[in-house]
Ligand binder design. Structure first.
Ligand code: CTP
Ligand code: MG
Length: 335
């Protein structure tokens, strides 16, 4: 009887594909916005190259990883010759240049954990943070973008999950919940583990892209066009995947013993990573391995209070997906 009920539930779920697709479509940024971002980037590149002819500017984060929402700020990385530079000096100089070129609200935050310059462009209305030499972020942005090109269901699922996390206020790292970056990795991992899989594990394939960043070798198969319709033998639709994702994080994930790993496309044990006890502030209450900085647990921001908040929200979402007649409305109800 349980199986029958489960099947009924899963067959019924297709009723919710259209409403979820409508939410997804409403979250895709308009083409004009991308144009404006490019316009601002071109202006910044021009200003930077006058002062530092060999420096390069890269977009990273949601404006470049294809998981961005409308009206997002943009994240930019200034890559500059590394030996003997003083980041604060460069940031202050950059702030000066930006200010004298009519960019507004320019602020150099040289003492922040990740030092940046903030600015707002009055022409496009876009706000922007510029950091220095955070090349790993540029590379993991590319990895996310390449995964998104393989199967559109990743972008659909990640948009729904991000929208849910923002609505429910569980996308706030300073309050001990998870970053958008962590949620996207959770979605990639979930799709790698579907049977048949919807996504491959690009880091386990023969590398076609390889860079060394701060002594970390970042290598993976990036010619994803050659994969054809990789996930097409799996016919699951957006509503089923949302159902499965929340069901996994509410009831199936083993929080005590396991780590989700996009790098290996599998579930690892906490013991093999030596993530079994608290070290400093890293409590490892929910473990999501960074694909390149493998010693980095993206769940390290989560503490004993926020883990409860998170798990309650996963359960709430799973229950809504199981029982609610109108899950789309309820799921995104503001907290
Ligand atoms: N990043 C990282 N390590 C983290 C958090 C973030 O390397 N622990 C980098 C990633 O390159 C990520 C970028 O910083 O793409 C921005 O992170 P985040 O703000 O979490 O994601 P966005 O995609 O920008 O999401 P949002 O739309 O919420 O701004
Ligand atoms: Mg961001």
């Amino acid at each position: 009887r349980m199986v029958k009920r489960y099947m009924a539930c899963r067959n019924d779920i297709h009723r919710y594909d259209a409403p979820f697709m409508a939410v997804y479509k409403s979250l895709i940024p308009a083409e004009e916005e991308l144009e404006k971002q490019k316009q601002l980037m071109a202006q910044l590149e021009n200003l930077v190259s006058k002062e530092w002819p060999h420096a390069k500017l890269y977009l990273y984060g949601s404006c470049a990883n294809s998981f961005g929402f409308p009206k997002s700020d943009i994240d930019v990385c200034l890559a500059i010759e590394d030996d003997g530079i003083n980041k604060s000096e460069i940031l202050l100089k950059l702030a000066n240049i930006l200010e004298s070129n009519k960019l507004q609200n320019v602020q150099a935050l040289t003492r922040a954990r990740v030092p940046i310059v903030k600015l707002m462009d009055p022409v496009t209305g876009i706000s922007c943070d510029i950091c220095i030499n955070n090349v790993l972020a540029v590379v993991n942005t590319k990895l996310l973008r390449d995964y998104a090109r393989i199967d559109v269901r990743l972008r659909q699922l990640a948009f729904i999950v991000k929208h849910w996390a923002k609505s429910r206020k569980v996308n706030e790292t300073y309050q001990g919940t998870l970053s958008s970056y962590a949620y996207v990795l959770m979605c990639i991992h979930f799709l790698q583990l579907r049977r048949p899989p919807i996504l491959p594990c690009l880091q386990e394939m023969e590398p076609t892209y390889s860079v060394r960043v701060d002594n970390i070798r970042c290598a993976y198969f990036d010619k994803v066009d050659r994969l054809g319709n990789f996930g097409s033998s799996n016919r699951e639709t957006i509503a089923e995947l949302v159902w499965g994702f929340f069901n996994y994080w509410a009831y199936a994930h083993d929080y005590s013993n396991t780590v989700v790993s996009v790098r290996t496309g599998s579930i690892l044990g906490k013991r093999e990573k030596d993530w079994t006890r608290r070290v400093g502030n890293d409590r490892h209450l929910i473990c999501i391995e960074d694909p390149f900085e493998t010693s980095h647990d993206l769940g390290r921001v989560v503490d004993k209070f926020s883990i409860r908040v998170l798990r309650e929200e996963f359960e709430r979402a799973a229950k809504i997906m199981h029982h609610d007649p109108n899950p789309c409305a309820k799921l995104f109800e503001p907290y």
